[in-house]
Design a protein around this ligand. Sequence first.
Ligand SMILES: [Ca+2]
Ligand SMILES: [Ca+2]
Ligand SMILES: [Ca+2]
Ligand SMILES: [Ca+2]
Length: 382
Amino acid sequence: MRTSWDHGLNRPTSSGPPGVTSSRIALATAGFCAAGTSVYPYGLLSLINARAIARAVPIVALLALSCAALIAFPDRPTASSEGIQFTDVTKKSGLNFQQSYGDRHLDNIVEGSGTGVCVFDYNNDGFMDVYFPNGKWTEGLSDDDSRDLRGKLTNHLFRNNGDGTFTDVTVEAGLGGSRYSVGCAAADYDNDGNVDLLVLNYGQNELFHNDGNGRFTEVSTKAGLTGASFSLSAVWYDYNNDGYLDLFIGNYVKYDKTKAVGFDPAAGYPGPLSYVGQPNLLYRNNGDGTFTDVTREMGLWKPDGRSMSVTAADFHNDGRLELLSTNDAMANYFFEMDSRGVYQERAIEINLAYGANGENVALPRHPQAGCCITPRTGCGPR
Ligand SMILES: [Ca+2]
Ligand SMILES: [Ca+2]
Ligand SMILES: [Ca+2]
Ligand SMILES: [Ca+2]
């Protein structure tokens, strides 16, 4: 599913089930699979408020289990799609994670961004394990009357026991995370044979190095992956073919809590065009555990982007990977590398910038205020 925004009402629209409105990313690196969901205050709000903490989105676990099942049992005989049925084994599996947005009131775009999931083999036993990022009560983001949730929510790693069940090993692995987490991307960035994990946060992201003994060490500052952002998606790939995976991070918006105060509940909380966008960032892997921001020199600098997902794929079958950034309520970006080794943005030229009907999603007319919505200012003059 893909979420778009009803600009007039400043709220999301989707063809998906009520309350769970988008699947944000399907990211493929070796041994990795991810999916994300977003929740919005329509249909699900009463459920969330009634059940409060962490009882809103069991579908996240189902998504992960589906993904894990596909990878964990590769020898299962294949069959035609006709007649294939799925059985919900979430409860029996022990994957009892329930996603939270860290608050009792879903009332801003950060809380409504949902979370993703990573499926990867962290302990090299041949069975795919499952990692769930999670929201956490956060100063300046979450509501004061939910302050009692502070410190009570973490991300979760589930070890695959190889018999259809999972065990929560978050604490012993050191993967609880310290910030409001919305996504993750797993890859062996230092080529030591152990898959490492990048956790995408509201605030500085966290890079967890897999120490190979069941534990991870957080190394983001040492690695040079610093700076506060709101990253929803990331892809590991080797843009310069030096054998080390580089990192392209999709950043969303710069959240401003003053814009979320006093919004009209009937119209929903302020949407993506109410905030300044954030640029995606490309980091070159230096091969020594550190990374260098090469966004500008590689032609990828787009400060107004509102990326919900980034993907690297060989769209042209020319042996080189192009980059796609799907942006919320504005034109998407498609980057391909030219003969000089620098990316050029070509989304409009190849018809990937806008929706299927060619509609201008970047500058919609606002039917209520009688003005145009602009990417930088929100509701601006005609
Ligand atoms: Ca809230
Ligand atoms: Ca495993
Ligand atoms: Ca590694
Ligand atoms: Ca590289």
